[in-house]
Design a protein around this ligand. Structure first.
Ligand SMILES: [Zn+2]
Length: 505
């Protein structure tokens, strides 16, 4: 069974058959680097990162292209406010974008073209459209003539006459049709500009993605992705520009990821609920955000974001890492070779097939986590084997299961950190989230030890209770007292699922 992909143009899931067997060419619209990346960007690029990684895991040679819109109104405005060069401002934000995406484990695409270095391709495409009678020049501004492109509206399923009726009144009177859009804008003072057959100016927004994707991938390629908000007008206009110029199919499958809501509200600047990736990373390990975005919802569906959900994701990820940490300890102590039947063989044999089955169904990561969770549950059972004579078989099985988890993690990219280091950073972030301090925790532990030494059990218990009320759990070992912070605060209802599971095994 081939991979099934929901194609926005077809309006349904279709079997994925790339143009060239074994190869995938994919393009995803990138950012306009005028500010820090927010969690909407994180969702989009995490989704396509997993799709990219899965296609490679499935055996395809993938060429992934994602652009930077480094010439755009918002960049120009902000650069002028700060008295900066526009490209310098864009570069500053591209640097922070990379830092954010790297922290989220998002692989760099194979090509990352920028508008500022693709001007020749853009001009050539506008020229081609003008030669075909699909573009017209008014005083150095070049517009796309939508009425001459019969398929205009096919991606967003909006008939042109309806769009015209709904068009705002303040339409540029120089346009032949209210839906015509700018391919090239004549130079204005204080804006970056390049020479062109229509005079000095700069590209409109939509043309860049047509020019850059076709330059890197050819006139027809396999996958085009982006957020749902880009279907109209951006992707509709990309279809018109590309297919208008070439006369052949542009993207063979159109993929769109769903919106993110914050506490069930739309994320918007006016509501003041736009969180940057940097904001989140102050309070949570960035992998928690990746885990939440990747597994909280299938990529096409909306996802609701809240602190409570991130807390749960943090607890869950800590459970995986705790399991990996314990597995490493168990395997270091279990030396004996083993031949013969293995415990958990059915799980070992089935995990990748079940993972693939879910991923083949339009990259359904939430469902693909079922076999992963079963693998971790089984791993926990195996490494809890106490009977010495059963340990060799358990260790052999645990090694095989870890190999499977690592193979799957080539797609998920969640479990590759050193467990000890991850869990310590996780604990530090939990301290920050609960507005505690490590110093206070250590002072309390010392005071409790002093109380116990003085046989003041009431005081020792009082300190323990006070710490528990603050969300700090103490664990006494023969060698001393360790501590951890609850990911889900006390009284928030429902002890955290992840750690509860960790304890029950
Ligand atoms: Zn685009």
């Amino acid at each position: 069974m081939p991979i099934q992909i929901h194609d926005t143009l077809a309006g349904t899931k279709r079997p994925f058959e790339p143009l060239e067997p074994g190869r995938v060419r994919m393009y995803v619209c990138g950012v306009t680097p005028y500010a820090r990346s927010h969690i909407g960007h994180a969702r989009c690029y995490t989704a396509y990162d997993i799709i990219y990684r899965y296609l490679r895991y499935a055996g395809f040679a993938v060429t992934y292209v994602r652009n930077f819109t480094d010439v755009e109104d918002k960049i120009i405005k902000r650069a002028n406010e700060r008295g900066m060069d526009t490209l310098a401002l864009a570069q500053e934000n591209i640097d922070t974008f990379y830092a954010d995406m790297d922290a989220l484990g998002i692989a760099r695409p194979d090509h990352e073209p920028r508008v500022s270095t693709s001007i020749d391709d853009i001009i050539a495409l506008v020229q081609r459209l003008e030669d075909k009678g699909l573009a017209y020049d008014v005083d150095g501004d070049v517009f796309y003539d939508v009425a001459n492109f019969a398929d205009y509206g096919k991606l967003s399923k909006r008939p042109l006459d309806q769009m015209q009726a709904g068009a705002r009144v303040e339409v540029d009177p120089r346009k032949r049709n209210p839906m015509d859009f700018a391919l090239w804008k004549s130079a204005k003072p204080g804006e970056p500009k390049w020479d062109s057959p229509w005079g000095e100016g700069r590209p409109g927004w939509h043309i860049e993605c047509s020019a850059m994707s076709m330059a890197a991938l050819g006139e027809t390629f396999d996958l085009h992705g982006g957020g749902r908000d880009l279907i109209f007008p951006h992707h509709e206009n990309e279809v018109a520009q590309s297919e208008g110029a070439t006369g052949c199919t542009f993207a063979r499958y159109w993929m769109h990821n769903g919106f993110i809501t914050i506490d069930e509200e739309k994320m918007s600047k006016s509501l003041g609920n736009v969180f940057s990736v940097g904001d989140i990373a102050e309070r949570y390990e960035p992998l928690v955000l990746r885990f939440f975005l990747a597994t909280g919802s299938q990529y096409r569906n909306p996802i609701n974001f809240s602190d409570a959900m991130l807390d749960e994701a943090a607890a869950r990820l800590a459970y995986y890492y705790e399991t990996l940490r314990k597995a490493a300890v168990f395997l270091a102590e279990a030396h004996a070779e083993h031949k013969g039947p293995l415990p958990g063989q059915a799980v070992i044999d089935g995990v990748e097939a079940r993972f693939r089955e879910a991923m083949d169904d339009d990259f359904n990561v939430p469902r693909a986590m079922d076999p992963v969770n079963e693998a971790f549950r089984t791993l926990n059972e195996l490494i809890s084997t106490r009977k010495k004579k059963k340990q060799a078989a358990a260790a052999a099985a645990a090694r095989l299961l870890l190999d499977k988890i690592r193979a799957i993690d080539g797609v998920l990219n969640l479990f590759g950190e050193d467990p000890g280091g991850y869990l310590e950073r996780h604990r530090q972030k939990a301290v920050i989230r609960r507005e505690l301090s490590v110093q206070w925790i250590e002072q309390q532990i010392s005071a409790r030890i002093a109380a116990r030494t003085a046989r003041d059990w009431a005081e020792a218990d009082r300190i323990r209770d006070e710490m528990e009320a603050a969300g700090v759990i103490l664990m006494d070992h023969p060698g001393g007292t360790d501590w951890r912070v609850l990911d889900v605060p006390p009284g928030a209802g429902g002890e955290e699922a992840g750690e509860g599971e960790a304890r029950s095994t």
